[in-house]
Design a protein around this ligand. Structure first.
Ligand SMILES: *Cc1c(COP(=O)(O)O)cnc(C)c1O
Length: 457
């Protein structure tokens, strides 16, 4: 390893990690052998670790730091709100200005007819809220049997019991006896990995038709909702074939079930539109949000609810659900300031017209690399498939851990790029400049070269 530890503080922090800290999604023994890299500060699209290395953050934190690090406006918004009213709840017939103003500001950018917001502390809580709300909705309509939620294999909807159950990650289901009853999964529209001999267009229709098949199998009278990310993020930036969403829309129009878009990653500009649903022309009844809502400066999530759903639950008495921090005033103040930055700096327009097309063009240059089977992306999302054979899409044996080797080289070379199996993914801050995109792509190529040298013998 080139990154020998020289700062004594690094060792102290790594000892604290070993002795006291349980990190998410980690193999603790493995983590403690080497010790975590300690990130100490950030500015713009860059991070610094405790050893003084500068790293280009190709993942915007965890898909969330849309407006980049070091935004004083967000710091000021939080500080001012903490001085004025650091906390009050929104239970029991009270409210406060930041939560109300943010709900209105979100409704202004949400698709037409989606005017109501339930706030949560995270995306997972947003999906828990969704599960309870859609079942409550059907009960209010006198159809309490409509409970089943259809989701997709390899979708990601969070890590709470409901979130992990809605998600389709096998390795998550294996722990804790998930999914909970009432949640069923259909195949994902992942052509590169699962398309077989079909063309992407044929496969898109096939994958969408699995929804209809499942509705008929479970019985329309038992299905409450279908949930999907417009583009699967944690599953590997899976861009559905062009035929997928149009066919899904046709199927949804035939059956009386709710459609939930999990916009936790796609929401707030990641595709260049306000929501991934806008990008694809989808018309969801509910949308889960988090991440880009506050650019990750403080935790906040929520559920955007259509007028159609609202009208039913509005007449349904108490909705017995909520979190202490629903609509937290500091988070809401930061969310408001974040939306203001996105609008005033015309960040979505810039992404759509300038930087995203540039990123997508430059990323695709990597497709000629011997290790790369496919490059795909939309907006500020990208994926590079590492494959043994470009033509047949044959993968490397998973024991080789080629994705992790590549991720390791990126880490050492000052680029955060995430590995999902052998799929390398990026989701940089929306404010990344063309020069920084050049740096990202050049570093990515260098890491691909280093990885190829290690695995293509
Ligand atoms: C991150 C994520 C979640 C979960 O959000 P948390 O804030 O981590 O609970 C849910 N859905 C999608 C699509 C996500 O990417």
């Amino acid at each position: 390893m080139t990154n020998a530890v020289t700062n004594p503080k690094t060792r102290e922090w790594q000892a604290m990690s070993r002795e006291h800290h349980l990190a998410p999604f980690s193999d603790y023994q493995q983590l403690h052998e080497k010790g975590p890299r300690i990130i100490t500060k950030a500015d713009g699209v860059y991070l610094w670790d405790s050893e003084g290395h500068k790293i280009l953050d190709g993942m915007a934190g965890l898909w969330c730091v849309a407006v980049g690090y070091g935004r004083e406006e967000l710091v000021e918004a939080a500080a001012a709100q903490m001085r004025e009213l650091p906390f009050y709840n929104t239970f029991f017939q009270t409210a406060h200005p930041p939560a109300l103003e943010l709900a209105k500001a979100i409704a202004e950018v949400a698709p037409q007819g989606m005017n109501h917001v339930f706030f949560t502390g995270s995306g997972s809580e947003g999906n828990d809220t969704m599960l309870r709300m859609v079942r409550h909705y059907w009960a209010c309509k006198g159809q309490p049997n409509k409970k089943v939620i259809i989701s997709r294999h390899n979708g990601y909807h969070g890590s709470t019991v409901a979130g992990a159950s809605l998600g389709g990650m096998k390795y998550m289901h294996e722990q804790g006896d998930l999914p909970i009853p009432g949640i069923v999964h259909i195949p994902q529209p992942y052509w590169f990995g699962e398309g077989g001999d079909m063309s992407p267009e044929e496969f898109g229709v096939w994958a969408a038709d699995q929804l209809e098949k499942k509705i008929l199998e479970v019985g329309e009278d038992n299905v409450a909702a279908f949930i999907a990310e417009p583009i699967q993020g944690a599953g590997g930036v899976i861009i559905p074939p062009e035929t997928y969403w149009p066919r899904i829309r046709e199927i949804l129009a035939k059956y009386d079930i709710l459609f939930v878009a999990d916009e936790v990653i796609c929401g707030f500009g990641r595709t260049g539109e306000w929501f991934g649903s806008d990008f694809y022309g989808n018309k969801p009844d509910l949308m889960t949000i988090a991440k880009g809502l506050t650019s990750g400066y403080v935790p906040m999530g929520g559920l955007i609810v259509s007028d159609k759903v609202f009208q039913v639950i509005n007449a349904g008495g108490d909705f017995n659900h909520g979190f202490t921090y629903s609509g937290h005033p500091v988070a809401a103040a930061v969310g408001l300031a974040n939306l203001r930055i996105l609008k005033e700096e015309k960040i979505l327009e810039k992404v759509r017209e300038e930087t995203a097309p540039y990123l997508q063009k430059r990323l695709r240059e990597l497709a000629d690399h011997p290790l790369v089977g496919e490059v795909r992306g939309v907006g500020m999302l990208g994926a590079i498939e590492l494959a043994k054979n470009k033509q047949t899409r044959e993968r490397f044996p998973s024991e080789m851990g080629v994705g992790m080797i590549c991720r390791g080289h990126c880490f050492e070379s000052g680029l955060i790029m995430r590995a999902v199996g052998d799929t390398m993914i990026i989701a940089p801050p929306l404010v990344i400049s063309k020069d920084e995109i050049d740096e990202l792509v050049e570093k990515a190529r260098k890491c691909l070269d280093l990885t190829a040298r290690a695995v293509l013998v």
